[in-house]
Ligand binder design. Sequence first.
Ligand code: RIB
Ligand code: NA
Length: 309
Amino acid sequence: EDISVVVVGSCMTDLVSQAPRLPKAGETIHGHRFFIGFGGKGANQCVQAARLGAKTAMVCKVGRDVFGNDYIQNFKNNGISTAYVEQTENAATGAASIIVNDTGENAIVIVAGANMLLGQEELQRALTAIVNAKVLVCQLEINPDTSLQALRMARENHVKTIFNPAPAIVDLCSDFFKASDVFCCNESEAELLTGMSVTSVEDASQVGLELLNKGCGSVIVTLGPQGCVVCQPTNAAPKHIPTTTVTAADTTGAGDSFIGALAFYMAHYPTMPLEEMARRANFVAAVSVQTVGTQTSFPFQKDLPTELF
Ligand code: RIB
Ligand code: NA
């Protein structure tokens, strides 16, 4: 097997409405555009890694429905192995209702559906791919037990793990930290996980150290337009990695673009310092926010400066 990045995670059909602002409870507002796209944090991350040049496989479950069929075709169009993509009769393909406002912020409700039926057996069928990969990536849009088990399988076989605790849960099992080589979350996830508020680079540094103490290899806290903070046990102080200033059209999936890029760099440039990988992943994610849509906005290697490779 020559697959370098394996993602065990979610697929969602994104139903996106663009509106001037997010509606309040009980309110109806006019939006100006609607589109359907391919999303889900797991699949998004896999697509970004693939577009940068990684050989990837997705381990996931979709429904035996139109959205599921279309999603499998989408993986093929992106050169992602579908050997471990299964379809079920017992639930619908995951769906995400997304509202994006005029400043590029979003609010999202996901109904995970078929994603929740990914379990032990499917992981066993993907065992060879997982243990032979360079990097395994997991999130929290599938059953958390499945994510944790995948991270452990990888770890036991010296495969580097990236864990993205998204969407965050308050009582995350402490084993997740110990199974993460790189624990990567955004500011709101960091807040939920630690109970500390994160509104500045200094806060992110504090929260990063707090998370690092829970037993992860390294921690990255992403901060949108402020870039990210990287915490490593070998460095005394957390390092702020700023990003380029851009005009955001749609920030949906920017974190996924960052993590997909990080997975690509970890798999293909294993000796590169994590801070440098984060700097490059910042750049890739900044490209993605400048275009509407999630996967549709993720850049390909050929569209990026050659210095990134
Ligand atoms: O991170 C962005 C993703 O979150 C969207 O694609 C949506 O599907 C939700 O899962
Ligand atoms: Na985008």
